[in-house]
Design a binder for this molecule. Structure first.
Ligand code: IZC
Ligand code: ZN
Length: 419
């Protein structure tokens, strides 16, 4: 339901994440979630106009006779989750690869055999625009129901220029046709298609794809799967330098499966975020901290690849790297839409505290997609993207897993989900 004015009040706890709009939280700052007891937030025309205790906001005269009032008594209120790393646009699925996975066939071996990413490239190519959109809308709807209100979406299941442009156009259409806000990333360098050497395909990305993508204004970020056996440090650097020249902002899949200096390159290029980082070296982590690169960690991927090893988030927090969290939602290594699950994995296996994990999933994620001026915290002027969680305290959020803690989702001041 849409109301011009909305007043959410009496929250047992409200985590505002205030104070980190200019810079992401790092170090001890990652625990400063700006808690307000008996919290309230007022929204007008889709934007937050007041935040404080229930008494303060009422006394401020923000609540009029026509204001829709919602009690969050006994509940926890947070900003909507921001999911800053997904491959959510595709057709098909890859459950047929489960038996290979269970036999221990590595992720990159499945890709080498023409499966993995290339299998999704084929199923996406065969699908109509409407089919791709319908399948993606269902995933976005699941994300929304689990509290995600802003999501980054990568291309990368096209690989040829016309298919990549198609993917980015569909992302733009989906942004307009459904509730979640989508942030588009070009990731033509996701896999090397059959018939190309890595160098030939890298040249193709640089000479044919990037100029067209940039000219159409279809993407805000450029990302590369920088990984030994996929795109080398050299190829990744060439692609990202070209993207920078064309005014795209930079991201990098770095040090996911093998340690190869991905974090160091991310720091050298000054990317906004370096993602995965399971195998990042100590020097790499120090370099990320020096450059203020955000580490987007994806524990759902470690979990789903049955890695038994996770990114060294504690070392990153200690070094002063701002940490963010994402689902990596994709049909191969992380077939999930659930940020609450990611928060659980982040606490249990990345060893983040519930406060740090929430920071990582809201304002720091917003920074990772350059949206911190609009979302990620409950502060005056930001979008009215608010969650009411049916949990008694913050620890309960990662503690109780596998079900959905979200009772109500408010997107731009509109109640879009209500159980
Ligand atoms: O479809 O496997 N890691 N890209 C890099 C992916 C996972 C997506 C996929
Ligand atoms: Zn990814």
């Amino acid at each position: 339901m849409q109301y011009a004015e909305l007043f959410i009040h009496s929250a047992h706890l409200m985590a505002t994440m205030r104070g980190y709009t200019e810079r992401p939280a790092c170090g001890e700052g990652m625990s400063e979630i700006g808690l307000i007891e008996d919290g309230a937030v007022a929204i007008r025309d889709g934007k937050i106009i007041a935040v404080g205790t229930t008494e303060e906001v009422r006394a401020g005269g923000w609540v009029g006779p026509d204001t829709m009032q919602i009690s969050a008594k006994g509940k926890v209120v947070t900003p909507g989750f921001v999911d800053p790393h997904t491959h959510v646009l595709y057709a098909g699925s890859r459950e047929n690869e489960l038996s290979l996975k269970l036999k221990g066939v590595p992720y990159l071996e499945i890709l080498k055999q023409g499966g993995g990413i290339l299998s999704t490239v084929r199923s996406t190519k065969q699908a109509t625009d409407e089919e791709i959109k319908a399948q993606t809308k269902r995933r976005l709807q699941t994300m929304l129901s689990m509290g995600t209100t802003t999501v980054e979406a990568k291309s990368g299941y096209g690989l040829m220029v016309e298919d990549e442009i198609r993917a980015l156009r569909l992302i733009r259409e989906l942004d307009r046709e459904q509730v979640l806000d989508l942030v588009p990333t070009f990731m033509g360098a996701h896999a090397v298609p059959p018939g190309y050497s890595e160098e030939e395909f890298t040249n193709y990305v640089i000479e044919d794809m990037l100029p067209k993508i940039a000219a159409e204004g279809l993407a805000e970020f450029c990302d590369v799967f920088c990984e030994p056996g996929v795109f080398s440090l050299e190829s990744s650097e060439r692609i990202l330098l070209k993207a920078k020249e064309l005014n795209l902002k930079l991201k990098m899949h770095a040090d996911e499966l093998d340690s190869a200096g991905g974090a160091e390159l991310a720091a050298k290029l000054g990317v906004i975020s370096a993602d995965h980082l399971l195998q990042a070296s100590d020097d790499g982590i120090a370099a990320l901290a020096r450059q203020g690169v955000i580490a987007v960690l994806l524990p759902g991927t470690s979990f789903n690849l049955a890695k038994n090893s996770y990114a060294r988030a504690r070392a990153m927090v200690l070094a002063g790297v701002p940490v963010a969290l994402a689902t990596d939602s994709n049909p191969g290594s992380s077939p999930t839409e659930s940020m609450p699950l990611i928060l659980t994995l982040a606490c249990l296996y990345l060893r983040l505290t519930p406060e740090e994990a929430l920071m990582a999933a809201t304002i720091n994620s917003a920074h990772a997609i350059d949206r911190a001026d609009q979302v990620g915290s409950l502060e005056v002027g930001k979008l009215g993207d608010v969650l009411i969680l049916d949990i008694p305290n913050l620890n309960y959020l990662p503690y109780h897993f596998g079900s959905n803690p979200v009772e109500m989702v408010i997107k731009r001041g509109t109640v879009v989900k209500h159980y």
